[in-house]
Design a protein around this ligand. Structure first.
Ligand code: AMP
Length: 143
């Protein structure tokens, strides 16, 4: 099963901000949208970095509350691991656990085309396991 199956269900909209936005604005958006990470893009739409709630915690632990008035570019991760919609869900899971992060932006022709979180993957796998169990129950009931 590919990542496209998850994107088709959840949609391809991704919350993005610019590297010059303050950490305070990032916190407000994370809270408002109830999400764990925001992709930082250039005006052209190219991915420049990613900032997650873990980075916010680290920034405040390091710089104190003044961190909130600094640009997110100072705290984001610049080397972003991405994947394509046609890749398998298993390979994205492996990338998340190998890299110890919970968000993977999806790219198409170099542009952002969705984002998959560990929560999306777990939700999809649970639904898949429930479907398989139901099929098995139906099969047993018929035989
Ligand atoms: P997370 O588990 O997604 O909250 O992120 C944990 C750490 O990994 C943070 O420092 C993030 O900036 C970073 N991170 C999150 N997603 C990615 C990704 N796709 N590629 C590289 N680093 C990431």
């Amino acid at each position: 099963m590919t990542v496209a199956a998850i994107l088709n269900e959840k949609g391809r909209e991704v919350t993005t901000k610019a590297a010059g936005d303050t950490l305070r604005e990032i916190c407000a958006t994370l809270a408002e949208k109830k999400i764990g990470a925001i992709v930082i893009t250039e005006a052209s739409g190219t991915i420049e970095g990613i900032i997650s709630e873990r980075d916010v915690v680290r920034a405040i632990a390091q710089d104190g509350p003044e961190a909130l008035d600094k640009p997110v570019g100072e705290f984001m991760t610049r080397k972003v691991v991405t994947c394509q919609a046609q890749e398998s869900i298993n390979s994205v899971m492996a990338r998340m656990s190998g890299g110890r992060f919970r968000h993977v932006p999806i790219v198409r022709d170099g542009k952002l085309d969705g984002l998959v979180s560990i929560g999306d993957v777990v939700k999809y796998r649970i639904a898949q396991i429930e479907r398989e169990a139901e099929d098995m129950r139906n099969y047993i009931a018929m035989t």
